[in-house]
Design a protein around this ligand. Sequence first.
Ligand code: FES
Length: 206
Amino acid sequence: MQYSEKVLEHFMHPHNVGKMEAPDATATEGSPACGDQVTVYLKIDKDKLVIDDVTFLSYGCASNIATGSIITDLAKGKTLEEAKKITWRDAMEALDGLPPVKVHCSVLAADTLQSAISNYEIANGLKEIPNFSKDTILEEMKKIIYPKVGEDIVSLKMVKYIGFSDGEVLIDLNIPSFDQWRDNIAEEIREHLEKYPDVKNIQINM
Ligand code: FES
């Protein structure tokens, strides 16, 4: 597998690694795609709402460690509003790219940073816990990467329809029956949505 110089550099000498003592917010997320995990710790300037410090622990692969390193570099010193705009695409760009089958590792790191920020905002009354809706499902779909090309399934127009009512999720996918990743994608969708208590049943049509 071909990694950029930047990925190798951040993997060998990752920045901002380690558990933070008395953080203002944390989040731990796991990747349904591979079972790996990342934790992000934040120290926030409460008056200016600026990220004073951010560290991470990764139980993931080289790509995940490299993304954790670069994304914490990108977030440090930013206001919460600025940091909320940092995506896995920014991290990938800053790393000079990742192989398509490794893009989900950068999604995991970026997602965990966003969860930590969201946890801080909820705990400090800066935002309400959002209601589960079709938008929540759509946001989760955007985190699922089609490994062949390293893009999310929403951008690739693989999600034809999303429905949600009375705990029943209905998703129509546009993936041909001969596609080798078809079952993985369906499995990942289930794993992303099953964690929500509002979801009682998931039906995926392909
Ligand atoms: Fe699991 Fe990369 S393979 S984080």
